[in-house]
Design a protein. Structure first.
Length: 197
């Protein structure tokens, strides 16, 4: 039975950084790699550390490709800083602890929601004061009608296709399997087959 104790070692990390991490959506591979970097740096009271791909693999249990994707995601979104020594080809990683430098899509959810709501309200009020708000509403309604018409046409052609396959003697399951391979949503297929059989 596991019984972790701080007397056996612990990683000292600011609550603010943990809270910032907890409030964002991050791919699982990237999160696991982030924890490895936290452990290898802050866990040893260092700002940066040289961590090989094999160390990431050993600590996360992930294959090399997923580790590379995770690290790449972290670098791309500025969660970590990585320096490659050109002569030894060794990479040194550190945590970007100023989470305001993380890319905008990675900011804490509350900050995104506040900013988005504020921008939406400002835009609506500007458009309404210019008399453009009604025009945008009409355009949105028209586009929605066009989308619904396209969906109805698509369902009609799907039903025609199912009729053709049925006429060729295909079973319902064979028809469904064929349409699923073409990445047609299963719910649409079931609805169309239900109407025809």
């Amino acid at each position: 039975m596991a019984s972790p104790q701080t007397k056996n070692g612990y990683t000292k990390i600011a609550n603010e950084l943990l809270e910032a991490m907890a409030s964002i959506k991050i791919p699982a591979d990237a999160m696991r790699c982030f924890f490895v970097i936290l452990r290898k740096t802050y866990g040893y009271e260092k700002k940066m550390d040289t961590i090989s791909i094999s160390q990431f693999q050993a600590m996360t249990g992930l294959p090399r490709g997923q580790v590379c994707r995770g690290i790449s995601w972290l670098k791309q979104h500025r969660f970590i800083n990585s320096l490659i020594n050109e002569t030894s080809r060794v990479t040194t990683h550190s945590i970007q602890k100023d989470y305001t430098k993380w890319t905008p899509t990675s900011y804490p959810t509350s900050l995104i929601n506040e900013t988005t709501d504020s921008l939406i309200n400002e835009t609506k009020s500007s458009l309404n004061s210019c008399g453009v708000g009604g025009l945008i509403n009409e355009t949105h309604k028209r586009k929605k009608k066009e989308k619904n018409a396209r969906a109805r046409a698509s369902n009609f052609s799907l039903m025609e296709e199912i009729k053709t396959f049925n006429g060729l003697g295909w079973s319902k399951q064979a028809i469904k399997d064929h349409l699923l391979m073409r990445e047609i949503p299963e719910a649409d297929i079931d609805t169309a087959i239900g109407k025809l059989f």
